[in-house]
Structure formats: C-alpha cells, structure tokens
Write a protein of this length. Structure first.
Ligand code: PMT
Length: 402
C-alpha cells in the first residue's frame, strides 16, 4: 500500500470542484493514508463536512476555533503530523493568500506552518487563471517550492471552455504517491538531459507550426529522475507545466533551439532522453510581417527539415546512454526499430499517438520498450509517472551492466 503510514492534510477550498475532493479523499484512504480534512468556510457551501468526516473518520476542521480533541494547538499539530498537504481545489483566493503570506483561517495558518510538501491543484474560470496576478502568484509559490498540478483544459462549470478544470483525482493521487515514495538513489551522481513538449516553428509573426505534445511525458521523466538522485536538465518547448525548482529548466521554442540547448550540454551528460516532439519541418523563410490574404489564392509554405537532435547527439555519443521515443500511428514496432538504429539510441520507447487515452496530452501512456539487442518489453497502460519510473529502471539496469 503506497501511502501506508503517511498522513495527508487535504485542504478543500470553495469551488465547484470541491465535489471531486471527496473522490480524492476516498482514493487517499484506499491507498492507506491517514487523511485529515481542513475546509474553508466557502468550501462547506459546496460539500458538507459530514462527507469527509465519514470518509476519513476524523473531525473536519473548518475554523481556527474548532478544537478537535485529537490536537493541541490545531494548526501547528496538524502541520507537524503531515507528510504532505494537498489543496484541491485551490482557488485563486487561497493561492493569492499563500503567495502573500496571509494566514487568516485554519487552512492558511496550517499551510503557513507547513514543513512538508504542499501540493496545489488549482481550479477556476479560465479568465481568472489567465489573470496576470494569479499567474504571478503561481510563479511566486512554485519558485518557493510549492508543487503545482496544473489545471486541465475542458468544459468548466461556468459553461465556458478553457483552462481551469481541476486535475482528476487519479492524477493528484498519482502525484502524491510518486512524491512520497522513498528516494531510490538509483541515479545518484548522474547527469540527465530530458527533452519535453512540442516546438513551435514560426510561419510569420503571428502563425506557427506546432503539434499536440503537452510535455507531460518528458516532465514526468524529469521529476522521476530527480527523485532517483540524478541532476536533471529539462529542455522544454512551450507547455503549461511547472517542474520542481531543483530541475534545471531550459525553455526553447524551435527545434533548432532545442537542438542547440541539448548539444551544448550533451558532452557532460550521462543520459539523454528524447521525450519531446520536436517539429521535423520548419518554414524555409519565416515572413517578418504578417502574411496577408490575397484574393482567393491559397498559400504554399516551403518547409525544410529541422536538425534531428538525437541523430546529432548520436554522432557525438561516447559513453552516454541515449533513449529515443517513437510516436507512431501505425506499424509501431517496425518504425520504432528503424528509428532506434538511425538515432544510435540504446533503447526506444514507442507509443501509439493515434489513441486518445494515451500518448499526446493524456495522463496515461502504454509503451513498448525496444532495446538495441532487439529485446521487447511491452508495458501495461500506466500513468506517465509510473511509465517514467519503468523507463528509468531500464536505464539503471543498463548502467549496472556497463
Ligand atoms: O508530451 P505529451 O503530451 O506527454 O506526449 C508524449 C509524447 C507522445 C510526445 C511522447 O511520448 C513521445 O512519443 N515523444 C516523441 C515524439 C516524436 O517526436 O516522435 P518521433 O517518432 O517523431 O521522433 C523520434 C525521436 O526523435 C523522439 O525521441 C524525438 O524526440 C526525436 N526527434 C524528433 C525530431 C527531431 N527534429 N529531433 C529529434 O530528436
């Protein structure tokens, strides 16, 4: 049981996604965690305390002046007990309060006294999420080490479609399990480069070529490697994700920039994992002004190939381990094996990107790992964090053999 012996403080704030917190709470309990729930007064308008009380077997605390017999000075003793705090949903209000050091109710005072990791799963209307003040607060708290599980894009309770939907309870549970799993030290002392996300190739100042990569697979690998003791550089195209501050994050836009960033670090690296989906083609000459429509005629774009990052790294390879990905829609293994050899990789992680339940943007993946000796390992459908662990296990086995 992954959370046996762990105490989780679940903070619930006032948003419609609070109903999903009951599901999250139940999943935490099933994973054997000891869960205490602190609700803001507004949260109690969305879900009753009785629900959480029944699930956890503990009194739900809603006010600084509640005095459950279990604790002495409640906010301090709660903080001391915690192995992790989860605030789900986290409203713009609670994020703003925490970012600005405000402690005026039970939840904010408990968080102020927190020494264990605090994980936030924001949920709010898209316009609120995009508000620069909210974004500034997010940057501030994440740079201070607060963990963020970014909201998803979809249909929101207010009827609009956009970013602001709370991450699913399953994803939050997975994140917590991963965070609290003991550090393995398997990759201690190793330097890892991971690429993640899409690249954007400019057509003109307002248009570009991009793909569906969200960066989740690459970020999951970077986090899992960090947890295993590696020094991690994450070279990322544009995504909405946030990584741990201990990871060196290099933000790039184009495939060519991604290539430069990787090659500049490759000589000193031990492992390179190419989970990004860099564009294969880029406009030959991006226009410096917005291209205008003229009559009914269409537009022909002249594209050239981008540098192949892994091929370039493969040429420079000395003792490094290179892991490629293969994003395929058909003949998965056949195409993957061809790429494995062409990129001089040690193994390749193939996934079917025609499926909507795995691959691009999903929290799950189902991959086939093929190594250069032709050994095939088909993994079941797993969360991207678990997939990342399994890929790193394979790296560890290779290192032990070498
Ligand atoms: O980001 P997510 O939404 O989580 O989705 C994850 C994913 C589907 C993007 C990921 O699992 C994945 O498959 N990444 C590889 C995507 C890709 O570009 O595949 P490819 O088969 O076209 O390329 C093969 C390999 O060459 C990849 O390791 C790629 O990073 C690398 N490559 C590709 C083009 C290029 N110019 N340089 C490269 O190094």
């Amino acid at each position: 049981m992954p959370l046996t012996g762990k105490t989780i403080i679940l903070g619930v704030t006032g948003g419609i996604a609070a109903y999903k917190s009951a599901d999250l709470c139940s999943r935490l309990i099933k994973a054997n965690a000891n869960v205490h729930v602190v609700m803001t007064v507004n949260a109690t308008r969305f879900v009753g305390t009785a629900t959480f009380q029944a699930l956890t077997g503990h009194q739900v605390i809603t006010s600084l002046w509640d005095e459950p017999r279990e604790f002495e000075i409640t906010h301090i003793s709660l903080s001391d007990k915690a192995d992790a705090f989860i605030i789900a949903p986290a409203t713009a209000n609670i994020i703003g309060k925490i970012a600005n050091g405000i402690a005026d109710d039970m939840l904010t005072t408990t968080i102020m006294a927190a020494t264990a990791p605090v994980i936030m799963a924001p949920a709010m209307n898209t316009k609120m999420w995009n508000n620069p003040i909210v974004q500034q607060n997010i940057s501030k708290i994440t740079s201070l080490g607060y963990k963020l599980i970014p909201p998803q894009t979809g249909r929101l309770a207010c009827g609009s479609v956009g970013t602001g939907k709370m991450a699913e309870p399953e994803e939050i549970l997975d994140y917590v399990k991963n965070l609290l799993q003991p550090v393995s030290h398997d990759l201690d002392g190793l330097r890892l480069i991971v690429t993640a996300g899409p690249t954007i190739e400019p057509i003109d100042p307002v248009r570009f070529i991009m793909n569906h990569s969200s960066g989740k697979m690459g970020y999951a690998i970077a986090e899992a490697a960090l947890k295993s003791g590696a020094a991690v550089t994450l070279v990322s195209g544009p995504t909405s994700l946030v990584c741990s501050p201990e990871i060196e994050l290099v933000l790039v836009k184009t495939a060519s920039e991604m290539c430069d960033a990787v090659l500049a670090r490759f000589d000193k690296a031990d492992v390179l994992i190419g989970a990004a989906a860099p564009a294969d083609f880029t406009p030959v000459e991006p226009a410096d002004k917005k291209i205008k429509k003229s009559g009914n005629s269409g537009l022909t774009l002249h594209l050239k190939q981008t540098p192949d990052i892994l091929v370039e790294a493969g040429k420079r390879k000395k003792s490094q381990i290179i892991i490629a990905f293969a994003a395929e829609t058909n003949d998965l293994e056949h195409h993957a094996v061809e790429k494995l050899h062409r990129k001089n990789a040690d193994f390749i992680v193939a996934n079917d990107v025609s499926r909507s339940d795995i691959g691009f943007a999903s929290d799950m993946n189902e991959v086939t790992i093929i190594d250069k000796n032709g050994i095939i390992d088909k993994l079941p459908k797993l969360s991207k964090l678990e997939t990342a662990d399994r890929i790193l296990d394979k790296v560890y086995q290779m290192l032990r053999k070498s």
